[in-house]
Each structure stands twice: as C-alpha cells, then as structure tokens.
Design a protein around this ligand. Structure first.
Ligand code: ADP
Length: 223
C-alpha cells in the first residue's frame, strides 16, 4: 500500500502530461511520454500481483467445505467477456467438495484458466477441468489446446517473475503460477505440468481428501 500511493501520483501526472502535451511537443517527447505511461501501468499491475502473491502466502486459511463445481461456475461467469471474445470453451464436471479456502480456490482456477486462454494457439481455446480421486487425495487437471511449454522450461514457470515470452507477445507479470503453487502447497498439495509444445498443456494439482484421511483404517484382524 505504501508503494501504491506514490505510484498513483506519478501515474496520474504522466497521464496528465500525455493528455495535455501529446502532439504538441516533438515526436521524441511523445515517445518518452508513452514509455512513462506504459511503465507506470505495468508497475501498478506488478504491485497488485505482488500483493496477491504475498496475501496467498500470509494470513490464516479460512478452511471450510468448498464446492469446487460452484467455484468453477462462478470463475467462468466472472471471466464471461474474455471467454466470449476468444471463443473459448470451458468445461468441467464432477468436481468435488473439498476442505479449503474458497477465495484461494477461486484464484487458483482463475489463474489457470486465464493462462489457458492467454497462451492459446490458432484454434479456439478448449479448456477441460476434471477431478479424479486417489486413495488419499484428489487430482485436478486443467487441460488446454494452447501453445504448450518447452519441457526444458517446465521447472522455471512456477518461480516468481519467470516468463517464457516477452511482454509484447503475451502480457503478464510472471506471478500467476507462483501464486498457484503457493495456494496448492499451503493446502498440502502439489502442482505440476505436462505439455506437448504446439499441442497444449495439462496443469495438475493435488489436494488432500480430508475425509479420507479421517476415515479409520480398517485393517484385517490377524488371527
Ligand atoms: P504470466 O502469465 O504473467 O506470464 P505465469 O506465472 O502465470 O505468468 O506463467 C509463467 C509462464 O508460464 C508464462 O509466461 C508462460 O510462458 C507459461 N505458461 C503458463 N501457463 C501456460 C499455458 N496454459 N500454456 C502455455 N504456457 C503457459
């Protein structure tokens, strides 16, 4: 918050400069003003994302039963415009109720789905979300038909500020997946990705099934 305040001041003054003096000085001045406006806009986005990153790791988790099917439904609704503009199709069925922090679950789905749309290929984005139950945990998969990820870079992308593209190609701050990793790990799970470059990617994450862990283990009686 302390950083946002002075940045807001800088940002509003460079915007004023741009409004008042664009086209009235020389070409160089216009270019410099444009850079200053872009720089402050990017800085604001960076600060917002950093704040989300720090929030994802701090504070207490508000753990309660969360219906992930309805979380997905709300996330898809909130992204309606983007989904419509890109002709994306997002499908997901059979998602369970888990013990989790609902706000963080929404952010997790939102980050993964918006990446699947952002890093789309030539075809309309097709995004499929599924859940599978294992002995002690749930495995969730978010599969897209996007540009994919070079296997050599797979470890890097979950680190903060690590991006595989220039901002001019795909906008972003390189914080989204670091937030996802924090959220999943705070809930006792793991996040990984598999990808076929040019074909698509599947992000998978696990969440412990609290109920399964609490169920008593029935062991066969030894005669
Ligand atoms: P950002 O989206 O701001 O770049 P992220 O942390 O969300 O930051 O992602 C890091 C990098 O991982 C991206 O820059 C991109 O190269 C790669 N990436 C993430 N999601 C996908 C995806 N669904 N398909 C292809 N590449 C992806």
């Amino acid at each position: 918050h302390d950083l946002q305040e002075p940045l807001r001041t800088v940002s509003s003054f460079v915007q004023l400069l741009s409004k008042r003096y664009k086209g009235k000085l020389d070409d160089k001045a216009d270019t410099y003003i444009n850079f200053a406006v872009e720089g402050t806009t990017h800085m604001q986005k960076l600060l917002q994302d950093l704040l989300s990153f720090s929030r994802a790791g701090g504070g207490r988790l508000n753990l309660q039963p969360v219906d992930l099917q309805s979380v997905l439904h709300k996330v898809v609704q909130s992204m309606g415009r983007r989904i419509h503009e890109t002709g994306a199709e997002v499908t997901g069925e059979g998602l369970p109720v888990v013990t989790a922090d609902e706000t963080q679950m929404s952010q997790l789905f939102q980050n993964l789905i918006s990446n699947a749309i952002k890093f789309r290929g030539e075809d309309n984005p097709m995004i499929r979300i599924s859940a599978e139950h294992n002995e002690h945990h749930w495995i969730f998969r978010i599969t897209d038909n996007g540009i994919g990820i070079d296997p050599n870079n797979i470890d890097r992308i979950f680190l903060i500020f690590q991006r595989l593209h220039r901002r001019e190609e795909y906008p972003g701050t390189g914080i989204g997946l670091a937030i996802c990793k924090r959220i999943v790990e705070r809930h006792g799970g793991e996040i990984t990705v598999e990808s076929d470059p040019g074909e698509g990617s599947t992000f998978s994450f696990t969440l412990p099934d609290q109920e399964a862990e609490e169920r008593p283990v029935i062991s066969a009686a030894v005669p």
